[in-house]
Ligand binder design. Structure first.
Ligand SMILES: [Mg+2]
Length: 411
């Protein structure tokens, strides 16, 4: 079998990658739902893989893997890798998890980082109200993640929050008049918290825990941008609350480096688990974090790390060193959901949960067939057994959402 073409189309806000072959089997991959600008980057790899046998996934990847980098530059390589596994699975008549070593669980736990509600205010009361709505969501999530501090609008809306300059636009108002559900509008801030700022963060976390009790776990996306002493202060202050993890305090998101030594200082100073890894590309860049035991939990994204086999390798190596695993995925859409279900089924027992991705447009659930309904039940997704990723486009319906320049995508 030979690769005959590599195409990219923007379907709604989700860039989709399609690899075609001379045997009529095709495979799909995707990029995060805010990566329209990375389309050309995917096509950059085309000449290197045309004519290759896609079912020799690793052999094809050896030709292009060295050209990737930290988020967002690992996304093209990752999307192609996932499309190759989709083809290899379809060619063998097997779900991808079987090609990765077989499943060790029939259903995979997911955590909520995508089912969001508008904020009224970024106060303890506002955080509690918002958490109550997420707790009542029909998916029945057993772990919920919320953004705080530099991963929220706090630097801009809480007076005297930190000693640094405030970067970012004022929090966007939603149609309902509330604040936008995520804090992305103020990301990019960095520096030492004031005592008031730190106390505000802690009060908001306490208010959320009050709502959740001990039945639903609370994870916190925190930065990046924290200083080491503040990170230690927060982690220690939250110890009695049994937080699931503190994510990306020092580096993360789009930071093009790891800072393993600094993470190690924080991790060694507290019993609260420290988490990072969503922006990191390639196993080599996890080596320091893992071998130095710099964090307790790793959270790579299959759309950025280099794909499914890369993610599984890092999970195994982390397990060997006593680190836990909770992959990122909030912006990965329906194709990302399928990819995460396949790989999570085969991950070792250091697996906690992956971040459940939701498509940005609701009609995505009408153009793709093969997903369970409901998708999430009691906080889990049942692993499906169809070949490859196990989902298929309803091409007739999907075509309606293609832009003029992408009209040939499914041809
Ligand atoms: Mg994060």
């Amino acid at each position: 079998m030979k690769i005959t073409d590599l195409r990219v189309a923007l379907i709604g806000q989700h860039p989709v990658v399609r690899v075609t072959t001379d045997e009529g089997i095709d495979g799909y991959g995707g990029l995060e739902g805010n990566r329209a600008s990375n389309r050309q980057q995917v096509l950059y790899y085309k000449q290197a893989i045309l004519g290759e046998d896609p079912t020799n996934v690793e052999r094809v990847m050896l030709k292009i893997r060295r050209r990737g980098a930290f988020k967002p530059w690992g996304s093209g390589v990752s999307a192609i890798e996932i499309a190759l596994w989709d083809i290899a699975g379809k060619a063998a008549g097997l779900p991808i998890y079987k090609l990765l070593g077989g499943k060790i669980r029939d259903r995979v736990r997911v955590y909520n980082g995508a089912v969001r509600f508008p904020f009224t205010e970024h106060t303890p009361k506002g955080y509690a109200e918002n958490m109550r709505r997420m707790k009542e969501a029909p998916e029945g999530f057993t772990i919920i993640k919320q953004g705080i501090s530099f991963h929220s609008p706090m630097p801009g809306v809480v007076p005297n929050f930190h000693y640094g300059e405030v970067h970012g636009a004022p929090a966007r108002r939603t149609a309902a008049g509330g604040l936008a559900p995520t804090g992305v509008s103020f990301q990019g801030n960095r520096g030492l918290h004031t005592e008031q700022g730190l106390k505000h963060v802690i009060a908001c976390v306490e208010a959320m825990k009050e709502v959740l009790g001990d039945k639903v776990g609370l994870a916190l996306d925190c930065g990046p941008g924290w200083t080491v002493p503040d990170a230690i202060r927060l982690a220690r202050a939250l110890e009695p609350l049994n937080i699931m993890w503190l994510e990306d305090m020092l580096t993360g998101d789009y930071t093009p480096y790891v800072a393993a030594e600094m993470y190690r200082e924080v991790t060694q100073a507290t019993s609260t688990p420290i988490h990072t890894g969503e922006q990191i590309y390639h196993r080599q860049n996890f080596k320091d974090l893992i071998e130095k035991h710099a964090v307790r939990i790793l959270g790579p994204d299959p759309f950025d790390i280099g794909g499914l086999a890369e993610l599984k390798f890092v999970a195994e190596y982390a397990d060997l060193h006593g680190l836990l695993f909770a992959p990122h995925g909030t912006l990965d859409g329906v194709i990302g959901l399928a990819a995460l279900v396949q790989v999570a089924a085969a991950l070792p027992e250091n697996y906690i949960a992956f971040e459940y991705p939701k498509a940005r447009e609701h009609w995505w659930y009408e153009i793709v067939e093969g997903l369970p309904n409901p998708i999430v039940k009691d906080g889990f997704v049942e692993v499906w057994d169809r070949p490859g990723l196990g989902i298929e486009f309803n091409v007739g319906r999907a075509r309606e959402h293609l832009a003029e320049e992408d009209k040939e995508f499914f041809e």
